[in-house]
Design a binder for this molecule. Sequence first.
Ligand SMILES: Nc1ncnc2c1ncn2[C@@H]1O[C@H](COP(=O)(O)OP(=O)(O)OP(=O)(O)O)[C@@H](O)[C@H]1O
Length: 318
Amino acid sequence: MKIAFVGKGGSGKTTLASLFLRHLAAESPAPALLALDADINQHLAAALGAPDGLPLPTLGAHLALIKDYLRGDNPRVLSAADMVKTTPPGRGSRLVRVDEDNPVYDACVRVVEGVRLAVTGPFAESDLGVACYHSKVGAVELLLNHMVDGPGEYCVVDMTAGADSFASGLFTRFDVTFLVCEPTVRSVGVYRQYLDYARDFGVRVAVVGNKISDDEDLAFLRERVGDDLLTWVGRSAHVRATERGEVRPIDDLEPRNRDALRAMRSLVDGVDKDWPRYQRQAVEFHLRNAAAWASDRAGRDLAEQVDPDYVPGPVLIG
Ligand SMILES: Nc1ncnc2c1ncn2[C@@H]1O[C@H](COP(=O)(O)OP(=O)(O)OP(=O)(O)O)[C@@H](O)[C@H]1O
């Protein structure tokens, strides 16, 4: 499952993404899990409990490797623009799994507090002009376009704030989008804006209230958000402790907030039931679009795993 956390700046996207990731990672056995930090403010590692200043490789610095690897043996020449910004789902020739050995993960993924994490890299002055921040986000989009995620496999992306997340096609790539919303007029404003835009693209949005202090906060959100409100997280001493650099086990999280994580998990796993259809579509995309697919043994194996009765259709070259 591909899962996004979006919302107004400062609403708690990174915090809730990290709690959700730690909730999944604490399971025994831990499911296949990959966290991607695509937020301009790169704080997911810290929210997971990484020590200050832990050096992490960045996806942005490995864009060429990512493009080369995903292109596989495909003889088509794709322009940089094709590969980065406008890549339609499934374009290219190689599929990746959430958790596997591949050169992209070797170069870019590191384990932070039990969670496999890759980060886009911070916004830099050099991103102004030709190489904008969105080319870094494009690395995430590329990975998601090529990712085949099975049941019980989770790729969780911390997105950039507010309407900026619409600047690339990335926002359409998720099975579930958690919109984090504080009980404030401005946060609800971002929810409405997101929903208006996302609806046209069939994006499945569930609102998670955050920093709820009392019944009035909750009533406010219920009134404004209605049935889109999936669950809510209260102001949390556990989160504040993490902010102070104390890494506590996720079991230490307040019971009410653990319930919220379970509700999120159950929504995600409910969507998982559509897995064969989603995956067949993804593999179809690749089979249709990848010129070299017919000779790509790994790809064939994957298609057969997804659906043992799968009979590949004609491969279109071009
Ligand atoms: N439930 C919570 N309880 C207490 N503090 C919280 C909670 N959720 C978030 N915070 C705090 O609010 C601040 C902003 O949270 P966070 O960085 O997760 O927001 P964000 O939406 O990812 O921000 P940005 O837009 O900058 O990426 C942080 O200091 C975080 O610790």
